[in-house]
Design a protein around this ligand. Sequence first.
Ligand SMILES: [Zn+2]
Length: 119
Amino acid sequence: MPGLHIKQNDTVIVISGNEGPHGGQPGKRGRVLRVLPKKQQVVVEGVRIRTKHIRRPKVARASAMQQEGRIQMPAPIHRSNVMLICPRCDRPTRVRMRVTENRKRVRACRKCGQERDES
Ligand SMILES: [Zn+2]
């Protein structure tokens, strides 16, 4: 798969998406909470927050989750709508894959060369 190499806990910025309450909110940054490889989607903290209505919570968890029977959670967006932010140069970037001498695959920022483990 060409492209983004986005992983959980990466910081990404939303670069496109529909406007409005159901859109991806371009310009918004957040941490990747989950990657859904089959759907090519990512769940980004604070992006595309949906309110889910729960009629009858099955398990009693944090009290906040049970307020008025609603929970708020971010919905997945397609990964082509986000771009990785390099932790070093703090800019949206593309990554290239590199194989080190000891055969580890790392991701490298195309702008500053910052490398991160892929596995
Ligand atoms: Zn960089």
